[in-house]
Design a protein around this ligand. Structure first.
Ligand code: UDP
Ligand code: MG
Length: 149
């Protein structure tokens, strides 16, 4: 059994896509074991995306995940932990490719994602990329007692 972190990003929250995303993840057979709404601090955003700090899109990405492009009242992310067999890779399959234009049409990103006129991928959800990231990210977003295990 693996655990993986999903975030419904500020674009997903603003566009009321949290329920649809959860529905798809539930129906793919994964088990929801943790959930909370988080107002993302600068510190949390930078720690979460620390591995991307040298990418040209990093500063825009920090603004995006903090909700800077989606209105003051939408400074919200829904953090979820799902558990299941091969969950990390399998959830990535439900979520789809990073670039919404390349994501398969039946994935969350392929259905709902967009590329902004600034060139940023607003792809609705985050999902941990591998086992190491999943462990680090779950620790960053959740206290151990907040997960049902
Ligand atoms: N991103 C972007 N432009 C790029 C690559 C990434 O705007 O060329 C954003 C996008 O929102 C993506 C996030 O940065 O989800 C993190 O990038 P990563 O490569 O980790 O993709 P992911 O793991 O989210 O699929
Ligand atoms: Mg990633």
């Amino acid at each position: 059994m693996e655990k993986t972190l999903i975030l419904i990003k500020p674009d997903g929250m603003r566009r009321r896509l949290a329920g649809l995303s959860i529905d798809r993840l539930d129906n793919a057979g994964f088990e929801l074991i943790g959930a909370k709404v988080v107002s993302v601090t600068e510190k949390l955003a930078r720690e979460h995306y620390a591995l991307l700090k040298d990418q040209p899109f990093f500063e825009e990405l920090i603004k995006y995940i903090r909700g800077d492009f989606h209105g003051v009242s939408n400074r919200r992310v829904l953090a979820l932990v799902y558990r299941g067999e091969d969950a990390i890779k399998a959830v990535r399959g439900v979520v789809g490719a990073t670039n919404p234009e390349q994501a398969a049409p039946d994935t969350i990103r392929g259905t709902f994602g967009r590329i902004t006129t600034r060139g940023q991928f607003e792809n609705v959800v985050h999902a941990s990329g591998n086992a190491e990231d999943a462990e680090r990210e779950i620790k960053l977003w959740f206290e151990p007692g907040e997960l049902v295990e």
